[in-house]
Design a protein around this ligand. Structure first.
Ligand code: NDP
Length: 329
């Protein structure tokens, strides 16, 4: 038995409370691959779990953290050897299985992806679930036939984790990117550096309840839901496609069928957690091809494991600060 530090959610009369404790390796799940965690990251879900909010932690006690990047210590899975550097996003981590905000993790080797040559382990963690989801969103748009020649792509919540990586990935892939943010002034330089061609205040997406607006963009990567998603669909060009992955604004969808039945648009759902292995590989290959590590650094901050809970405040306050790497070493 060894001990290791980890953020663990324990049951309370009104839900759960998450604290940093010294844990015993006996607590680990029965995964076929044991990892020494080098880095985790903070996603919106991690902010909820760290702050005792409902909706993410599905069993207690539970080590939180939906991402893990680290080194294989031991594995019964044929693909992995001791010393391999690997990463895992979702697959139940930090929701129904013990997660990555801890020194050790036991996971299913089937879901692991090698740390790509283009990224260090720290940068791989910086990409994390948010960047992985941005890549899944772009893959989904392109499976639907979208190419840069079809027109601009709108990215909502552009200042957040999913949005920041989506802007950089799309721009590097040749798309004209329209970044939607609630902070157009303070984020102008950052979003432009990432590759946004236009920056739009989120209030401009409000159609005042009108189901259709001028046809402006050919694709949408949405991470916020609510009226912003409705407005994004209202301005989608004929036959365009939108992806929806998040609810940073709202889980409600105050939309209308008109864009679907008069303009033939599509809305595709993205679930990073249960992504099959071949699609995980494809998303990480896309990231390795089209995400400039130096640009990623411009939206990344690093915090030690002890500071993870405090660092999650920003996401809950509605102004994500790009990506946060948690150093667990
Ligand atoms: P962040 O907290 O990093 O960013 C969210 C961004 O959303 C904010 O920075 C802000 O951008 C925007 N936002 C916040 N509040 C509002 C509001 N009231 N109205 C409009 N926009 C708002 O979160 P992530 O990017 O990591 O995640 C975004 C969402 O996607 C979350 O709901 C998350 O749970 C979900 N998600 C889902 C996944 C899946 O598999 N389906 C995987 C990953 C994330 P700005 O300041 O620029 O306006």
């Amino acid at each position: 038995m060894t001990t290791f530090p980890g953020w663990i959610a324990r049951e309370t009369p009104d839900g759960h409370r998450t604290t940093l404790e010294e844990l015993d390796s006996g607590i680990l799940d029965d995964g076929d691959t044991t990892l020494r965690v080098h880095y985790s990251s903070l996603n919106y879900k991690d902010a909820l779990a760290l702050h005792g909010r409902p909706g993410v932690v599905r069993r207690r006690p539970l080590v939180v953290g939906i991402d893990v990047t680290g080194e294989v210590v031991a594995s019964r899975h044929p693909r992995w050897r001791s010393g391999d550097l690997v990463t895992l996003n979702g697959a139940g981590l930090g929701e129904e299985r013990h997660g990555g905000l801890a020194g050790l993790a036991a996971v299913d080797g089937e879901h692991l992806v090698p740390v790509p040559d283009r990224f260090t382990p720290a940068r791989t963690a910086a990409i994390g679930t948010a960047g992985f989801t941005a890549a899944l969103s772009l893959l989904a748009l392109e499976r639907q036939g979208l190419t840069p020649a079809h027109g601009p792509v709108l990215v909502t919540g552009a200042g957040g984790g999913v949005g920041s990586v989506a802007v950089a990935l799309l721009a590097d892939s040749g798309y004209e990117v329209i970044a939607v943010t609630g902070r157009p002034d303070s984020l102008h330089e950052r979003l432009t550096t990432l590759g946004a061609a236009h920056i739009v205040d989120r209030s401009e997406l409000d159609t005042g309840g009108k189901p259709l607006a001028k046809q402006r963009w050919a694709g949408v990567v949405d991470a916020v839901g609510g009226p912003v998603l409705a407005g994004a669909l209202a301005g989608l060009r004929h036959s365009g496609t939108a992806t929806t992955c998040g609810l940073a604004a709202s889980a409600a969808f105050p939309g209308n069928v008109m864009p679907f039945i008069l303009r033939g648009v599509s809305l595709l759902g993205i679930d990073s957690v249960r992504t099959p292995h071949d699609r995980r590989e494809a998303a990480w290959q896309l990231l390795a091809r089209h995400l400039d590590p130096d640009l990623l650094d411009t939206v990344t901050r690093h915090v030690p494991l002890t500071a993870a809970q405090d660092a999650a405040d920003d996401a809950l306050a509605g102004h994500g600060t790009g990506r946060t790497v948690v150093d667990v070493r």
